[in-house]
Write a protein that binds this ligand. Structure first.
Ligand code: ARG
Ligand code: ZN
Length: 878
């Protein structure tokens, strides 16, 4: 297998670059198939490098036209060139200028890395190693240069020319049909932050004044005609900039901030300096085309990329092992922003749901890796939930442990020390160690040790002594390459709750003034004094650490928390824990007494009857059961997806029937009045109403079909229309097929809306779905070359449709394997992402496990796999 021959890059092998590049001048003549790039590089030996090292510039699929050194064209004997490297064995030992001319074909670039075309427009994606697909370079993040970019193109075909930094010059080129623009970015940056765009684009703009009074022009470029869908993103950008000034004291530093939306993009978006490039799905929104969730994602990703200007760009990463330094920290910042702009507890629950669904899953799979990996074959495979989401949890735990004030002082010190440099996780932690005087070396283990810690807790009440004792124990299961694990430093935010909700006094000197106990040994015990009567413990409030908790409390006591906990997260968690216990028992053939299930349903009813209306968004989360994938993960081995599906459907029916009065009341009273607004409160009402509809339909399909069809016909926004269609997809029959057909027709020219339609159909848990997916691949809007289309149809089938992807006959696995191989020829990153759907294969029951393994082996056997796919398939099988 090819992967065995691709080299492994190791953190321990890091050494500084032998050369530095202070200035880069690029002259790019855009052409559909023959774009010519002249790069003029001001190079000097790095005093920290090896004194007689050769100069080796990275390349990837490059065609070299010429090389000149200090103006003299080099002959074939003076350098060595291949598509993936340009080597000069004896470069000068003083500063020199290297001029390199390359040619690339943007139209043929289906990998969407480097310079490529999307809907005819030119754009770039350079993170992680795409700049080397434009010109030969020291394509590593610790080489920081100042860039000047001249872009030239046909004026009519490519009227808009954008680069990093500020526009310094533009005008007619020598050829009167052509024009040019020169962009200069004064901030030294690594090559992965380079970008350029050329195209025919519409524009919306707004002036912004920074906190120190500087004027900045904010602009968003979109497909012409879609300008009216960029307003929300522009507003989110302005709010993000204000928030970063207010909360972190960070100001923007260029005269312009440009965002360009493109329809072919491998990831969500990219933080190129002053020129963010976005997947258009995270920019474009109108009430008719976008759901409440789309609006929330747009807000979060606009903020995320903007926040990178300080955490990522001004302070960048020394090497790709430090990826979490910018990504984990920036996710933390965008989560804090969304929490401040919306409802903090509701947002926290959403974050934790994602973390568990994606990161806990990854941590328990063959692809588990530390937040700071120590080795990789293909860095693109490490843009993972672990690096991003668990990376964010580490920053949050740090803040929980040291407190908000110290956290802000530490961030200030980090920016002050590291601005303009390529930093490491150590630099980050040192700033906090220095402002607090604390030793954070144990805490640093969160970056190194993979796997989700298990924490088990037992409570003991001593009535006579009026003491309440909590015994904690922790362990972390082995992960690839790490067979033994050390105890972690786990912040446990906790409190005690009385059975009737009355205030309870309790004192414990192991719990700090913020209510946090730092649990950092294999086992530990804390005791509260003066406790009466017997309390219920509320542990890991706000999900204070990314761990799995097992708490030895009966369901009735957990449900006390649903009623009375002051911590909203734990109110939700209590209901989820009880639901999960019942669902696991039902799915694994265990017996669940009707009384137990009824008690849970009754607790939900009384919750719905109490104060749900004070926060409908929260209520919607409480009445939504754990997903089938969540249940599978909880079961962890010998998983039978059909049994899980039956159990969850039965539970939805029971709640829908048992609580039908409340659900109908919600459904009727929460109908939208007035024009659509994407704000969190309005979105929350829609969420509760639509969650109610789902449960009502589970209990009474005829009523559900009637309500959903009526809603589908009358909906005035995409959230309600799509939700009703989603409910209909759970009800086989003509009404569903009619609605699907009408939806497909209505939005036939709206690719981002058709994506939702693909997703809903791919997720139908019926045997015919695989054929439906194959048929939809023939739909005129579908294309294997567009990542959004592939992910919505095929990615959704593999990731959302537990029963059909994991069919016992293996047809789902074989289908995905064939698609992965097809995708790999066009776009290895996309193929590798799809392939991660197999990461759960080892937890399946025997038959499915065997089928999945066979499908994986069929991929592994193929010659000429990309490094991306080769790496994932070999780790999946290890
Ligand atoms: N830095 C981008 C972000 O998280 C992600 C870009 C990753 N792209 C890639 N091809 N690996 O905002
Ligand atoms: Zn990012």
């Amino acid at each position: 297998m090819r992967t065995e021959t691709t080299p492994i890059v190791r953190l321990e092998d890091y050494r500084p670059s032998d050369f530095l590049i202070d200035r880069v001048e690029l002259d790019v003549r855009l052409h559909p198939t023959q774009t010519r790039i002249v790069a003029t590089l001001a190079i000097r030996p790095n005093p920290e490098g090896r004194p007689d090292a050769p100069l080796v510039l990275d390349g990837d699929e490059l065609n070299l036209n010429s090389v000149a050194l200090d103006g003299r064209v080099l002959t074939g004997e003076e350098f060595e060139a291949s598509p993936h490297a340009l080597t000069i064995a004896q470069p000068p030992r003083q500063p020199f200028t290297l001029t390199v001319e390359t040619e690339v074909n943007p139209t043929a670039n289906t990998k969407l890395m480097g310079l490529y075309r999307s809907s005819g427009n030119y754009c770039t994606q350079c993170e992680a190693e795409g700049f080397r697909r434009i010109t030969y370079f020291l394509d590593r993040p610790d080489v920081l240069s100042v860039y000047t970019t001249r872009i030239e193109a046909e004026r009519d075909e490519v009227p808009v020319l954008l680069g990093n930094g500020n526009l310094v010059e533009s005008g007619a080129a020598d050829d009167p049909n052509r024009h040019y623009a020169v962009w200069r970015d004064p901030y030294p940056k690594p090559s992965y932050l380079f970008a350029l765009v050329g195209g025919r684009l519409g524009r919306v703009a707004k002036a912004f004044k920074t906190m120190s009074g500087r004027e900045v022009e904010l602009a968003i470029y979109v497909e012409p005609g879609k300008e009216d869908r960029a307003g929300y993103a522009l507003d989110a950008l302005e709010r993000s900039m204000r928030w970063d000034e207010r909360v972190f004291g960070r100001e923007y530093d260029l005269d312009v901030f440009n965002i360009v939306a493109v329809s072919d993009f491998n990831m969500g978006a990219m933080e190129n300096k002053g020129l963010n490039i976005f997947n258009d799905k995270y920019v474009l929104a109108s009430p008719e085309t976008a759901t409440d969730m789309d609006y929330a994602h747009i807000e979060a990703i606009i903020a995320h990329e903007y926040f990178h200007n300080w955490t990522g760009n001004r302070v960048t990463c020394r090497d790709w092992f430090q990826l979490c330094l910018k990504e984990g920290l920036t996710v933390f910042r965008d989560q804090e922003f969304s929490s401040d702009e919306r409802s903090r507890p509701v947002h926290r629950i959403a974050e934790v749901k994602t973390l568990r669904a994606r990161q806990f899953l990854e941590d328990s799979s063959p692809l588990a890796h530390p937040v700071r990996p120590t080795q990789y074959r293909e860095i693109n495979n490490f843009y993972t939930a672990t690096v991003y989401e668990k990376g964010a949890e580490i920053v949050r735990m740090l803040k929980t442990i040291i407190g908000a004030d110290a956290f802000r002082r530490g961030m200030d010190l980090y920016f002050e020390r590291c601005d303009g440099t390529a930093a490491t996780v150590e630099d980050f932690l040192n700033a906090f160690a220095d402002v607090t005087g604390r030793d954070l070396s144990h805490f640093a283990r969160w970056y190194e040790q993979a796997g989700t810690p298990r924490v088990s807790v037992k409570g003991h009440y001593d009535e006579a002594a009026r003491t309440y004792r909590l015994d904690f124990a922790q362990s972390t299961p082995p992960t690839p390459g790490q067979s033994t694990k050390q105890p972690m430093a786990i912040p446990v935010a906790l409190g005690l709750v009385s059975h009737d909700g009355s205030p309870l006094s309790a004192a414990c000197d192991r719990v700090d003034e913020r209510g946090v106990f730092l649990f950092d040994k294999a086992s530990d015990t804390i005791t509260f004094a003066e406790v009466s009567p017997k309390p219920v413990p509320s542990l890991f409030r706000g999900f204070s650490a990314p761990v799995k908790v097992s708490l030895d409390l009966p369901n009735e006591e957990l449900l006390v928390l649903l009623r009375h906990d002051t911590d909203a997260f734990n109110r939700w968690q209590a209901a989820q824990t009880v639901a999960m216990r019942l669902l696991v028992a039902l799915s694994t053939g265990g017996s669940v007494a009707d009384a137990e299930a009824d008690a849970f349903s009754a607790a939900l009813c009384s919750f719905m009857g109490s104060d749900a209306f004070t926060d409908p968004a929260f209520a919607a989360l409480v009445i939504t059961l754990p997903s089938e994938a969540d249940i599978a993960q909880e079961i962890g081995k010998d998983v039978d997806p059909d049994a899980i599906h039956r159990a969850r459907s039965a539970m939805r029916r029971r709640i829908g029937a048992g609580c039908s009065q409340h659900l109908r009341r919600f459904y009727e009273s929460l109908a939208d009045s007035g024009p659509y607004s994407p704000d969190a409160a309005s979105a929350g009402r829609r969420a509760l109403r639509n969650a109610s509809l789902d449960l009502l339909a589970a209990a009474d399909p005829a009523e559900g079909e009637a309500l959903a069809t009526a809603q589908f016909d009358s909906a005035s926004n995409m959230t309600d229309r799509l939700a009703s269609l989603g409910v209909l997809t759970t009800l086989p029959g003509q009404a569903r097929e009619d609605a699907l057909a009408r939806f497909g027709e209505r939005y036939r020219n709206e690719p981002l809306v058709l994506d939702k339609w693909f997703t809903l159909q791919a997720a139908i848990p019926e045997d015919e779905t695989l054929e439906r997916v194959k048929t939809l691949m023939q739909h005129p809007a579908f294309s294997m070359a567009n990542p959004n289309r592939v992910r919505s149809l095929i990615g959704s089938f593999a990731m959302l449709n537990q029963v059909q992807f994991n069919r016992a006959d293996g047809a789902g696995y074989r289908f995905l394997a064939s698609i992965v191989l097809r995708a790999d020829e066009l776009n290895p990153q996309l193929a590798a992402r799809l392939l991660t759907a197999f990461s759960t294969w080892r937890m399946m029951e025997n038959t499915r496990r065997g089928q999945a393994e066979e499908a994986l082996r069929s991929i592994a056997q193929k010659p000429n796999l990309s490094r991306d796919v080769g790496d994932i398939v070999s780790r999946s099988l290890d």
